[in-house]
Design a protein around this ligand. Sequence first.
Ligand SMILES: Nc1nc2c(c(=O)[nH]1)N[C@H]1C(S)=C(S)[C@@H](COP(=O)(O)O)O[C@H]1N2
Ligand SMILES: [Mo]
Length: 320
Amino acid sequence: MLIKTPDPIKPSQITDKQQYLNRRQFIRDTTKFGMAGALLTSATGLILPAETALAGTKLSTVKNHEFSTDEELTPYDAVTSYNNFYEFGTDKRDPASRSGKFKPQPWSVAIDGECMKPGVYDYEDIIKPHQLEERIYRLRCVEAWSMVIPWVGIPLGDVLKRFEPTSRAKYVSFTTVMRPDEMPGLRRDVLRWPYREGLRIDEAMHPLTILTVGLYGETLPNQNGAPIRLIVPWKYGFKSIKSIVKIEFTHKQPKTSWNISAPHEYGFYANVNPEVDHPRWSQGKERRIGDFLKRETLKFNGYGEQVAALYNGMDLRKHY
Ligand SMILES: Nc1nc2c(c(=O)[nH]1)N[C@H]1C(S)=C(S)[C@@H](COP(=O)(O)O)O[C@H]1N2
Ligand SMILES: [Mo]
Protein backbone atom coordinates (compact mmCIF):
# COMPACT_ATOMS: atom_id res chain seq x y z
CA MET A 1 0.00 0.00 0.00
CA LEU A 2 1.08 3.57 -0.40
CA ILE A 3 1.11 4.48 3.26
CA LYS A 4 4.00 2.68 4.87
CA THR A 5 3.91 3.69 8.50
CA PRO A 6 0.55 3.06 10.11
CA ASP A 7 -0.49 6.02 12.22
CA PRO A 8 -3.08 4.80 14.68
CA ILE A 9 -5.63 7.09 16.24
CA LYS A 10 -4.85 8.04 19.83
CA PRO A 11 -7.38 6.92 22.43
CA SER A 12 -7.72 10.58 23.44
CA GLN A 13 -9.19 11.39 20.02
CA ILE A 14 -11.90 8.82 20.42
CA THR A 15 -15.26 9.49 22.03
CA ASP A 16 -17.05 6.64 23.69
CA LYS A 17 -19.05 4.73 21.10
CA GLN A 18 -22.31 4.40 23.02
CA GLN A 19 -22.28 8.06 23.93
CA TYR A 20 -21.64 8.81 20.30
CA LEU A 21 -24.49 6.64 19.05
CA ASN A 22 -26.91 8.03 21.63
CA ARG A 23 -26.00 11.56 20.69
CA ARG A 24 -26.41 10.86 16.99
CA GLN A 25 -29.71 9.10 17.46
CA PHE A 26 -30.96 11.97 19.57
CA ILE A 27 -29.95 14.52 16.96
CA ARG A 28 -31.63 12.48 14.24
CA ASP A 29 -34.85 12.07 16.21
CA THR A 30 -35.08 15.73 17.10
CA THR A 31 -34.43 16.64 13.47
CA LYS A 32 -37.24 14.41 12.27
CA PHE A 33 -39.88 14.77 14.92
CA GLY A 34 -38.89 17.59 17.21
CA MET A 35 -38.13 17.12 20.88
CA ALA A 36 -41.34 15.17 21.63
CA GLY A 37 -40.50 12.67 18.92
CA ALA A 38 -37.03 12.20 20.27
CA LEU A 39 -38.31 11.50 23.77
CA LEU A 40 -41.00 9.15 22.52
CA THR A 41 -38.52 7.25 20.39
CA SER A 42 -35.94 6.76 23.10
CA ALA A 43 -38.55 5.97 25.74
CA THR A 44 -40.23 3.22 23.71
CA GLY A 45 -37.16 1.99 21.89
CA LEU A 46 -39.17 2.37 18.69
CA ILE A 47 -37.24 1.63 15.53
CA LEU A 48 -37.71 4.18 12.79
CA PRO A 49 -38.93 2.99 9.38
CA ALA A 50 -36.03 2.35 6.98
CA GLU A 51 -37.31 4.87 4.46
CA THR A 52 -33.74 5.51 3.42
CA ALA A 53 -30.57 3.47 3.08
CA LEU A 54 -28.54 6.51 4.05
CA ALA A 55 -25.94 6.04 6.74
CA GLY A 56 -27.41 6.05 10.20
CA THR A 57 -30.61 4.13 9.49
CA LYS A 58 -31.20 1.65 12.32
CA LEU A 59 -31.29 -2.00 11.37
CA SER A 60 -33.04 -4.80 13.18
CA THR A 61 -30.61 -7.65 13.68
CA VAL A 62 -29.96 -10.85 15.58
CA LYS A 63 -26.59 -11.42 17.23
CA ASN A 64 -24.48 -14.25 15.90
CA HIS A 65 -22.49 -15.38 18.94
CA GLU A 66 -20.98 -18.43 17.29
CA PHE A 67 -18.86 -16.34 14.93
CA SER A 68 -18.29 -13.28 17.12
CA THR A 69 -15.20 -12.37 19.10
CA ASP A 70 -15.64 -10.96 22.60
CA GLU A 71 -12.62 -8.67 22.26
CA GLU A 72 -13.08 -4.98 22.96
CA LEU A 73 -14.78 -3.11 20.13
CA THR A 74 -12.93 -0.44 18.20
CA PRO A 75 -14.86 2.79 18.85
CA TYR A 76 -17.37 3.91 16.23
CA ASP A 77 -15.46 7.13 15.61
CA ALA A 78 -12.29 5.24 14.69
CA VAL A 79 -14.13 2.71 12.52
CA THR A 80 -15.69 5.54 10.51
CA SER A 81 -12.82 8.03 10.34
CA TYR A 82 -9.74 5.85 9.69
CA ASN A 83 -10.47 4.12 6.39
CA ASN A 84 -9.05 2.68 3.22
CA PHE A 85 -11.29 3.48 0.27
CA TYR A 86 -8.97 4.72 -2.44
CA GLU A 87 -11.83 5.83 -4.69
CA PHE A 88 -12.10 8.77 -2.26
CA GLY A 89 -8.34 9.31 -1.82
CA THR A 90 -5.38 7.53 -0.28
CA ASP A 91 -5.22 9.34 3.06
CA LYS A 92 -6.93 7.54 5.94
CA ARG A 93 -9.14 10.61 6.52
CA ASP A 94 -10.16 11.06 2.88
CA PRO A 95 -13.02 8.54 2.78
CA ALA A 96 -14.79 10.21 5.71
CA SER A 97 -14.19 13.77 4.56
CA ARG A 98 -14.66 13.33 0.80
CA SER A 99 -17.56 10.87 0.46
CA GLY A 100 -20.39 13.27 1.32
CA LYS A 101 -21.62 13.46 -2.28
CA PHE A 102 -21.79 9.69 -2.71
CA LYS A 103 -25.33 8.34 -3.17
CA PRO A 104 -25.83 4.77 -1.91
CA GLN A 105 -29.49 4.78 -2.84
CA PRO A 106 -31.07 3.64 -5.12
CA TRP A 107 -28.66 0.74 -5.66
CA SER A 108 -28.59 -2.36 -7.81
CA VAL A 109 -26.14 -5.20 -8.35
CA ALA A 110 -25.52 -7.00 -11.65
CA ILE A 111 -25.27 -10.78 -11.28
CA ASP A 112 -23.46 -12.37 -14.19
CA GLY A 113 -21.50 -15.36 -15.47
CA GLU A 114 -21.79 -19.03 -14.62
CA CYS A 115 -25.22 -19.13 -13.00
CA MET A 116 -28.84 -19.87 -13.92
CA LYS A 117 -30.30 -16.57 -12.73
CA PRO A 118 -28.19 -13.69 -13.98
CA GLY A 119 -29.73 -10.23 -14.01
CA VAL A 120 -29.78 -6.84 -12.39
CA TYR A 121 -31.15 -7.00 -8.85
CA ASP A 122 -32.18 -4.13 -6.63
CA TYR A 123 -30.51 -3.82 -3.24
CA GLU A 124 -33.83 -4.76 -1.61
CA ASP A 125 -34.18 -7.92 -3.77
CA ILE A 126 -30.78 -9.08 -2.58
CA ILE A 127 -31.09 -8.30 1.12
CA LYS A 128 -34.77 -8.58 2.05
CA PRO A 129 -35.23 -12.38 2.01
CA HIS A 130 -32.52 -12.74 4.67
CA GLN A 131 -32.25 -12.23 8.41
CA LEU A 132 -29.64 -9.59 9.22
CA GLU A 133 -27.02 -10.75 11.73
CA GLU A 134 -24.60 -8.81 13.87
CA ARG A 135 -21.15 -10.41 13.83
CA ILE A 136 -18.19 -8.99 15.69
CA TYR A 137 -15.12 -9.69 13.59
CA ARG A 138 -11.47 -8.74 13.68
CA LEU A 139 -10.34 -6.92 10.53
CA ARG A 140 -6.59 -7.03 9.81
CA CYS A 141 -5.27 -4.60 7.23
CA VAL A 142 -2.20 -5.55 5.19
CA GLU A 143 -0.64 -2.35 6.59
CA ALA A 144 -0.34 -4.11 9.98
CA TRP A 145 -3.15 -2.45 11.91
CA SER A 146 -6.40 -4.05 12.99
CA MET A 147 -9.85 -3.25 14.37
CA VAL A 148 -12.75 -5.14 15.97
CA ILE A 149 -16.04 -4.18 14.36
CA PRO A 150 -19.68 -5.19 14.92
CA TRP A 151 -20.75 -5.72 11.32
CA VAL A 152 -24.33 -6.27 10.18
CA GLY A 153 -24.72 -8.64 7.27
CA ILE A 154 -25.86 -11.96 5.85
CA PRO A 155 -23.89 -15.03 4.83
CA LEU A 156 -22.71 -14.42 1.27
CA GLY A 157 -23.23 -18.10 0.43
CA ASP A 158 -26.96 -17.89 1.19
CA VAL A 159 -27.27 -15.02 -1.27
CA LEU A 160 -25.14 -16.60 -3.99
CA LYS A 161 -27.11 -19.86 -3.89
CA ARG A 162 -30.26 -18.00 -4.94
CA PHE A 163 -28.61 -17.23 -8.31
CA GLU A 164 -27.96 -20.97 -8.85
CA PRO A 165 -24.28 -21.10 -9.79
CA THR A 166 -23.45 -23.86 -12.31
CA SER A 167 -20.74 -26.51 -11.87
CA ARG A 168 -18.43 -24.32 -13.96
CA ALA A 169 -18.48 -21.60 -11.28
CA LYS A 170 -15.07 -22.02 -9.61
CA TYR A 171 -14.58 -18.40 -8.54
CA VAL A 172 -16.62 -15.29 -7.79
CA SER A 173 -15.49 -11.85 -8.84
CA PHE A 174 -16.68 -8.55 -7.33
CA THR A 175 -16.56 -5.01 -8.74
CA THR A 176 -16.90 -1.64 -7.00
CA VAL A 177 -18.99 1.17 -8.47
CA MET A 178 -17.13 3.79 -10.50
CA ARG A 179 -18.57 7.29 -10.19
CA PRO A 180 -15.90 9.93 -10.87
CA ASP A 181 -18.31 12.78 -10.02
CA GLU A 182 -18.88 11.39 -6.52
CA MET A 183 -15.51 9.70 -5.93
CA PRO A 184 -12.65 12.18 -6.30
CA GLY A 185 -9.95 9.55 -5.77
CA LEU A 186 -10.78 8.00 -9.16
CA ARG A 187 -9.01 10.91 -10.86
CA ARG A 188 -5.66 9.42 -9.89
CA ASP A 189 -4.36 6.15 -11.30
CA VAL A 190 -3.26 4.73 -7.95
CA LEU A 191 -4.99 1.43 -8.79
CA ARG A 192 -6.52 -0.12 -11.88
CA TRP A 193 -10.17 1.04 -11.66
CA PRO A 194 -12.78 -0.17 -11.09
CA TYR A 195 -11.63 -1.83 -7.84
CA ARG A 196 -11.93 -5.56 -8.29
CA GLU A 197 -11.67 -8.50 -5.94
CA GLY A 198 -12.25 -12.23 -6.12
CA LEU A 199 -12.71 -15.35 -4.05
CA ARG A 200 -12.60 -19.05 -4.78
CA ILE A 201 -16.17 -20.39 -4.72
CA ASP A 202 -15.59 -22.37 -1.49
CA GLU A 203 -14.23 -19.22 0.19
CA ALA A 204 -17.25 -17.26 -0.99
CA MET A 205 -19.60 -19.97 0.31
CA HIS A 206 -17.82 -20.30 3.67
CA PRO A 207 -20.15 -19.41 6.58
CA LEU A 208 -17.72 -16.77 7.90
CA THR A 209 -17.94 -14.71 4.69
CA ILE A 210 -20.63 -12.05 4.87
CA LEU A 211 -22.27 -9.59 2.56
CA THR A 212 -22.32 -6.55 4.81
CA VAL A 213 -24.83 -3.70 4.93
CA GLY A 214 -24.14 -2.09 8.30
CA LEU A 215 -22.00 -1.59 11.38
CA TYR A 216 -22.82 -0.70 14.99
CA GLY A 217 -26.48 -1.53 14.26
CA GLU A 218 -26.89 1.02 11.49
CA THR A 219 -26.55 1.10 7.70
CA LEU A 220 -22.99 1.52 6.43
CA PRO A 221 -21.51 5.00 6.29
CA ASN A 222 -20.28 5.89 2.78
CA GLN A 223 -16.65 5.63 3.87
CA ASN A 224 -17.15 2.01 5.00
CA GLY A 225 -18.54 0.85 1.66
CA ALA A 226 -22.23 1.78 1.53
CA PRO A 227 -24.60 0.30 0.79
CA ILE A 228 -23.18 -3.22 0.36
CA ARG A 229 -19.70 -4.68 0.80
CA LEU A 230 -17.86 -7.88 1.54
CA ILE A 231 -16.26 -8.93 4.83
CA VAL A 232 -13.86 -11.90 4.72
CA PRO A 233 -12.35 -11.90 8.19
CA TRP A 234 -9.43 -14.35 7.71
CA LYS A 235 -8.00 -12.34 4.79
CA TYR A 236 -6.25 -8.99 4.64
CA GLY A 237 -8.70 -6.08 4.56
CA PHE A 238 -8.23 -5.32 0.87
CA LYS A 239 -10.20 -8.46 -0.04
CA SER A 240 -13.25 -6.94 1.70
CA ILE A 241 -14.38 -4.91 -1.30
CA LYS A 242 -16.72 -1.96 -0.83
CA SER A 243 -19.78 -0.53 -2.65
CA ILE A 244 -20.31 -3.60 -4.84
CA VAL A 245 -22.19 -3.22 -8.15
CA LYS A 246 -21.28 -6.47 -9.87
CA ILE A 247 -20.90 -10.11 -8.83
CA GLU A 248 -19.77 -12.58 -11.48
CA PHE A 249 -19.36 -16.35 -11.29
CA THR A 250 -16.30 -17.36 -13.30
CA HIS A 251 -14.49 -20.49 -14.37
CA LYS A 252 -11.04 -18.85 -14.33
CA GLN A 253 -9.40 -17.08 -11.39
CA PRO A 254 -10.45 -13.42 -11.72
CA LYS A 255 -8.09 -10.44 -11.84
CA THR A 256 -7.88 -8.33 -8.70
CA SER A 257 -6.83 -4.67 -8.45
CA TRP A 258 -4.06 -5.04 -5.86
CA ASN A 259 -2.59 -8.08 -7.56
CA ILE A 260 -2.51 -6.20 -10.89
CA SER A 261 -0.79 -3.20 -9.29
CA ALA A 262 1.90 -5.13 -7.35
CA PRO A 263 1.77 -8.91 -7.93
CA HIS A 264 4.85 -9.64 -5.80
CA GLU A 265 3.27 -7.80 -2.84
CA TYR A 266 -0.41 -8.81 -3.01
CA GLY A 267 -1.51 -12.28 -4.03
CA PHE A 268 -4.93 -13.60 -4.94
CA TYR A 269 -5.41 -15.44 -1.65
CA ALA A 270 -4.20 -12.75 0.78
CA ASN A 271 -4.84 -14.94 3.83
CA VAL A 272 -3.55 -13.25 6.99
CA ASN A 273 -0.23 -15.00 7.62
CA PRO A 274 2.40 -13.85 10.14
CA GLU A 275 4.93 -16.24 8.54
CA VAL A 276 4.91 -14.54 5.15
CA ASP A 277 6.20 -10.97 5.32
CA HIS A 278 5.23 -8.27 2.90
CA PRO A 279 8.38 -7.49 0.86
CA ARG A 280 8.59 -4.07 2.57
CA TRP A 281 7.47 -4.84 6.14
CA SER A 282 6.81 -7.62 8.64
CA GLN A 283 3.40 -9.26 8.99
CA GLY A 284 4.33 -10.83 12.34
CA LYS A 285 2.72 -8.12 14.45
CA GLU A 286 -0.10 -5.63 14.22
CA ARG A 287 -1.33 -2.54 16.05
CA ARG A 288 -4.93 -2.71 17.20
CA ILE A 289 -6.25 0.80 16.56
CA GLY A 290 -6.34 2.61 19.90
CA ASP A 291 -3.61 0.41 21.47
CA PHE A 292 -0.12 1.60 22.19
CA LEU A 293 1.72 -1.72 22.05
CA LYS A 294 1.68 -4.10 19.10
CA ARG A 295 0.32 -7.62 19.39
CA GLU A 296 1.14 -10.86 17.59
CA THR A 297 -0.71 -11.47 14.36
CA LEU A 298 -2.53 -14.81 14.30
CA LYS A 299 -2.54 -17.08 11.29
CA PHE A 300 -5.78 -16.65 9.31
CA ASN A 301 -6.38 -13.68 11.63
CA GLY A 302 -7.35 -16.17 14.35
CA TYR A 303 -10.00 -17.94 12.26
CA GLY A 304 -7.80 -20.95 11.42
CA GLU A 305 -10.00 -23.48 13.17
CA GLN A 306 -12.81 -22.61 10.77
CA VAL A 307 -10.92 -22.02 7.51
CA ALA A 308 -7.53 -23.81 7.52
CA ALA A 309 -9.05 -26.89 5.86
CA LEU A 310 -9.86 -24.83 2.77
CA TYR A 311 -6.13 -24.72 2.04
CA ASN A 312 -5.08 -28.30 2.78
CA GLY A 313 -2.19 -29.30 0.55
CA MET A 314 -1.49 -25.74 -0.62
CA ASP A 315 1.85 -24.03 -0.05
CA LEU A 316 0.70 -20.76 1.50
CA ARG A 317 4.16 -19.20 1.02
CA LYS A 318 3.69 -19.58 -2.71
CA HIS A 319 -0.05 -18.87 -2.73
CA TYR A 320 0.08 -15.74 -0.56
N1 LIG B 1 -13.56 -0.41 -3.36
C1 LIG B 1 -12.65 -0.48 -2.38
N2 LIG B 1 -12.79 -1.41 -1.43
C2 LIG B 1 -11.86 -1.50 -0.42
C3 LIG B 1 -10.73 -0.64 -0.41
C4 LIG B 1 -10.62 0.33 -1.45
O1 LIG B 1 -9.65 1.12 -1.52
N3 LIG B 1 -11.60 0.38 -2.41
N4 LIG B 1 -9.79 -0.77 0.61
C5 LIG B 1 -9.69 -2.08 1.27
C6 LIG B 1 -8.82 -2.09 2.43
S1 LIG B 1 -7.14 -2.02 2.12
C7 LIG B 1 -9.28 -2.25 3.72
S2 LIG B 1 -8.22 -2.43 5.04
C8 LIG B 1 -10.74 -2.23 4.00
C9 LIG B 1 -11.04 -1.16 5.04
O2 LIG B 1 -12.38 -1.19 5.41
P1 LIG B 1 -12.95 -0.14 6.47
O3 LIG B 1 -12.51 1.23 5.99
O4 LIG B 1 -14.43 -0.29 6.49
O5 LIG B 1 -12.32 -0.46 7.79
O6 LIG B 1 -11.52 -1.97 2.84
C10 LIG B 1 -11.08 -2.62 1.65
N5 LIG B 1 -12.04 -2.42 0.58
MO1 LIG C 1 -6.12 -2.80 4.04
